[in-house]
Design a protein around this ligand. Structure first.
Ligand SMILES: Nc1ncnc2c1ncn2[C@@H]1O[C@H](COP(=O)(O)OP(=O)(O)O)[C@@H](O)[C@H]1O
Ligand SMILES: [Mg+2]
Length: 357
């Protein structure tokens, strides 16, 4: 293995500093993160390129002179080119050198499945396969139970009717859970056509406004010039309906605001597993002012069966994440109490012929 390859493939922004805190190397993720080429970074002092909203210079100087490492969590890191990003920072002396320091940034945005390791994807798949099989097996006896309860109900007094109603109602809930599991397993590959995301958002907004989101104020904040994406309208509709539903449920019945925000950001690129880069300039954000993600599930919300709600299935965001991955897109969430942002990033309709990069 070549050590240079290791440096270039590091999936986090990494910088190497000399004794004067000047940047002497920047990996390609750092170029993306800072939105400048390595060439223009080299030789410049790090604090000219990176703005940190925390008084870390003393601690940093101490780490340099003692050759010790330093961990700084939850700092806003700005680069001049764009809004600050919440990061964890790791600073460590470079082994084998007297004065060089390595700086790593770990952006704290939680990203979904594309970066997930293969074993957890496999585990999730087999869990879903198992659940699908169970779902199928449970539905038949459940229909029997419901039917029997309805027959019983015909001869019951009012007070006992409550019991049979409860049976029927709970059975209905189980069926709807099982339907969700089925839906997850049966998701067909997307039928790709040029799609105007505003049309899809509008449909999702209208169904939210008369249903699960009736208690919320839905605000449209669209960039009307947004070009179309390639996608499957029905599946994208499911994505936005799920995000709006979660945002509505997060307010726990209280009135709240949901902003549907679209904009164009040319700079967002992702590096795919095969090493190619893809531009994902279409941004759709669903922003709510609810309490935020429960901290204990924050890093796993896109996994199946992870739910922070009493009657949740934990399949909503897993489905969302699968659909967006099938669309070659990207979903992230950034959540603090009072502001939760789910951002979907999608590619443009391409005119590049198949096979070219
Ligand atoms: N906008 C949001 N605000 C706060 N928490 C959220 C939000 N969206 C999702 N969550 C959390 O993520 C969990 C998983 O969501 P999801 O996969 O849709 O499953 P479910 O809605 O069935 O619980 C939810 O139970 C909730 O705790
Ligand atoms: Mg949900």
């Amino acid at each position: 293995m070549n050590v240079d390859d290791l440096w270039t493939s590091l999936p986090v922004p990494a910088l190497l500093l000399d004794v004067g805190n000047r940047i002497i190397a920047a990996n390609s993720t750092a170029e993306d993160f800072m939105n400048v080429s390595a060439k223009s970074l080299l030789g410049t002092p790090i604090w000219d390129q990176v703005m940190i909203d925390a008084p870390i210079e003393l601690a940093f100087a101490r780490a340099c002179s003692n050759r010790t490492s330093l961990h700084i969590n939850d700092v806003d890191i700005g680069t001049g080119a764009r809004a600050p990003v919440l990061c964890n920072m790791r600073i460590a002396p470079l082994n084998g050198s007297d004065d060089q320091m390595l700086v790593l940034f770990a952006p704290r945005e939680i990203t979904s499945s594309m970066s997930r390791n293969a074993s957890s994807v496999k585990a999730a798949r087999s869990a879903i396969g198992m659940a699908e099989m169970l779902a199928h097996e449970i539905k038949n006896p459940l229909a029997g139970i419901t039917g029997a309860a309805q027959l019983l109900a015909m001869n019951l007094s009012n007070s006992d009717l409550e019991m049979t109603d409860l049976i029927v109602e709970e059975c209905r809930r189980i069926v709807s859970l099982l339907d969700q599991v089925d839906q997850f397993g049966n998701l067909a590959p997307p039928q790709m056509d040029p799609v105007n995301v505003h049309d899809v958002l509008d449909r999702a907004r209208r169904s939210a406004a008369v249903g699960f989101g009736a208690h919320m104020t839905l605000i449209e904040d669209y960039d009307p010039s947004l070009p179309p994406t390639m996608g499957d309208t029905d599946q994208l509709l499911q994505v936005f309906q799920n995000l709006l539903k979660n945002a509505s449920e997060a307010s726990k019945g209280a009135a709240g605001k949901i902003r549907l925000h679209t904009y164009y950001d040319q700079s967002l690129r992702v590096r795919r597993h095969d090493g190619t880069q893809a531009k994902l300039p279409l941004q759709i954000e669903i922003i709510d002012d609810g309490p935020g993600l429960p901290p204990e599930i924050e890093s796993d919300v896109f996994e199946p069966f992870i739910s922070g709600r009493e009657n949740g299935t934990g399949l909503g965001l897993a489905l969302v994440s699968k659909i967006i991955a099938d669309h070659d897109g990207w979903i992230t969430v950034d959540s603090v109490p009072g502001r939760t942002v789910f951002r979907v990033s999608l590619p443009l309709v391409t005119t590049i012929p198949q096979g070219e990069k």
